[in-house]
Ligand binder design. Sequence first.
Ligand code: GDP
Length: 300
Amino acid sequence: MVTSPQSFWSRVTGRTRAVLSDGLKALGGPLKPEFYDDLEDLLVAADLGPTLAARIKEGVSKRRPGSLGEARAALETELRAAMSQAPRRLNLEARPSCVLLYGINGAGKTTTVGKLAHRLKAEGRRPLVVAADTYRPAGIEQVVAWADRAGVPSVAGRPGGDPAAAVFDGLKMAEARGQDVVLVDTAGRLQTQQNLLQELAKVGRVAARTLAGAPHESLLVLDAVLGQSSLAQARGFRQALPISGLVLAKMDGSAKGGAVVAIEAELGTPTKLVGVGEGLDDLADFDPAGFAAALFGDPQ
Ligand code: GDP
């Protein structure tokens, strides 16, 4: 996995860090008795959610930090322990591999498909983009435009047609043309639309029948700006679909980055990628250590 420098995580976590790191500084040291309640408020403000915030506060106080520096270190340790311990590397060994991307409209799914196509191509892979949002012609146009921008071929489902058929066609085309990663942009769905989510589950089943081992990744794209609401989304999608990893888009603009920890703590699903801007290069592997250090550490 490419590990990003600490300065990268300091930049990406900028807005959440303003809440947490600066807030911590304001609490000052030596630690006063009210420190822990103030700390809990800060954790809630960074969108860790009340349950996890209470748990982390408890964990920090048990470590009996004697100074702000020790409290920071204890926080970092507690935070990393709360996050998923599962592997974060994308499983793309098989050729072709099939990656399905799910999410609500506007989360950042299409943009992520474009960025991932660009990155895989730069790594010497031969990606094919499948536009399987057959419900929205504009959705198809957008993902095809991203594939063009990345210089990667794409295949679009028939508007109004069966999205599973688009995935079948895409996988067959990839095998015929020697494309070795198939990236599927699915239709945006709300987590509450369980019947529509079942259509996405069918896309996954058709992929599994068409290509051995597929889907190799089923990524749920979440909008980091939404904080705790993303947790509700993740719960709903997980109920209907097997999810192998999360993509946190818009991390660059979020003051609620702490929600990543809450989502991982509850679901155990690892965040594999983060979106850090609107350009083709603005996609990074998620590094929990770098993330945790940047949230609470001193600015680099
Ligand atoms: P979709 O409906 O889930 O496919 O969402 P899109 O990919 O179309 O993204 C919705 C909006 O979010 C667009 O305006 C994107 O430019 C923007 N966006 C996506 N990812 C990021 C990101 O990582 N950072 C920022 N700042 N904006 C993003």
